[in-house]
Ligand binder design. Structure first.
Ligand code: PLP
Ligand code: LYS
Length: 415
């Protein structure tokens, strides 16, 4: 459930008319809804209310400081993959002791900074990384809290580019090797084993892969007890999908209940790392039609947003709903490819969409809150869009549109 919908023939975010937003702030523009973000976060938190838990929002999904600040005020934890994300969390008022650090390639300075600020846990993804962390923590005279991210070899049934829990993926430690690595970790003087972590992929719309992964992880937990290794927390990762088109992913409670049942009586704290399911449907990308181009074979709506602003369609052939901000009934619909101005054939936001359009009309690309702005670029020297947060009837400009001069301000001519 989100807070976007039509009122008197116009698309609103909460109590704000998006056609007015487009006039005031220009297009393209990312618009997020605070009420939607908070509702989604609370749904995860409530689903875990019966156990000790921490919802660690996956910062990569949308890392604007205003978004992170909302999470911090809700008491959220954070899943980060770089020191850059860590600094954002801290700048937004996030609590370092609620941060978990994932990622296959953590650099030395990143580990050091994370240790210094006292993060909750490192999700270690390989044995060399573990050894490295042990050395760095030792040099600082500290112990690093660790969970190993295990790769359970489970098919998450998602796009191959966003599946992470298959044995051929680069992520995590093969579940069959994890026992040995845990035993080694237990012998390392500057490593403190805290938990076990498992993230199998993104945009997962069934519960079964999560259950399969958990069952494999629990076998490992039992074997670790036999070695005298105690696990305090279980990090179930993120990955719950959203409705882009007609997918019907489980609600947070329906996804977590069967997992909690399998954990009953174990006394493990539960961590989760949702990103997309919190922020994905809490954002839209507003764009205006520059030209309608009719060829013998196709009709194109050329809009002012492009693949550099929203990369998912080009990168994954992802389908995201594209709807008019002010639907019109005065002309018949046609099948349009909605394309941007970038010089790439892959620069499309949607293909073969049935829409009634004229030049100057506004469109909203839905489900753009997650992996939208964070994956954007300046390709073709295009300033990235303004980001706006709607809160009731108020609009906050949470990142102004970039200015062209800023894009090359750090570059230098040769002498
Ligand atoms: C380690 C880790 N945790 C959490 C997430 C968040 O995933 P999602 O946005 O699908 O919930 C990701 C991204 O897939 C990830 O790599
Ligand atoms: N960027 C991907 C999700 C990747 C998740 C990161 N592990 C998407 O837009 O669907």
């Amino acid at each position: 459930m989100d807070h976007f919908g039509y009122r008197t023939g116009r698309l609103y975010a909460e109590d704000v008319d998006l056609s007015e937003v487009a006039v005031r702030y220009g297009t393209p523009a990312y618009v997020y809804s605070r009420a939607t973000i908070e509702r989604h976060w609370r749904a995860f938190d409530a689903a875990l209310a019966g156990v000790e838990h921490l919802v660690c929002y996956a910062v990569k999904a949308n890392s604007n400081l205003a978004v992170l600040g909302l999470m911090a005020r809700l008491g959220s934890g954070f899943d980060i993959v770089s020191v850059g994300e860590l600094e954002r969390v801290l700048a937004a008022g996030g609590d370092a002791s609620k941060v978990v650090f994932s990622g296959v390639g953590k650099r030395e300075e990143e580990m050091r900074r994370a240790l210094e600020v006292g993060i909750r846990c490192f999700n270690v993804e390989s044995e060399p990384e573990l050894e490295h962390l042990n050395r760095i923590a030792g040099a600082l005279g500290m112990k690093a809290p660790v969970s190993l991210r295990v790769n359970p070899d489970v098919d998450a049934g998602t796009h191959p580019y966003i599946s992470t829990g298959l044995k051929e993926n680069k992520f995590g430690i093969d579940i069959h090797q994890a026992e040995t690595v845990y035993v080694r970790a237990a012998e390392m003087p500057h490593i403190e084993i805290s938990g076990i972590d498992c993230h199998i992929g993104s945009q997962i719309t069934e519960v079964t892969p999560f259950i399969d992964a958990l069952e494999r992880v629990l076998i490992l937990v039992d074997r670790l007890y036999e070695h005298g290794i105690t696990i305090n927390h279980l990090d179930l990762g993120g990955g719950l999908g959203i409705t882009y088109r007609d997918e019907q992913p489980p609600l947070p409670g329906d996804y977590l209940d069967p997992l909690l049942k399998r954990l009953a009586g174990r006394g493990l704290e539960v961590l989760i790392e949702p990103g997309r399911a919190i922020i994905g449907n809490a954002g839209v990308l507003l764009t205006r039609i520059e030209y309608l181009k009719h060829t013998e074979h196709k009709d194109f709506a050329i809009v002012d947003a492009a693949m550099n602003d929203l990369m998912r369609p080009a990168l994954y052939n992802a389908w995201q709903a594209i709807i008019p901000v002010i639907p019109r009934g005065d002309i018949p619909p046609r099948l349009y490819d909605i394309v941007g101005p970038v010089c790439e054939t892959g620069d499309f936001l949607g293909k073969e969409r049935e829409l009634a359009l004229t030049e100057g009309d506004l469109l909203a690309v839905r489900s753009a809150g997650a992996y939208g702005f964070t994956m954007s670029s300046n390709y073709n020297t295009r300033p990235r869009p303004v980001e706006l947060m709607v809160d009731g009837d108020t609009v906050h400009e949470i990142r102004p549109r970039e200015r062209i001069e800023e894009l090359f301000a750090r570059e230098r001519l040769l002498p």
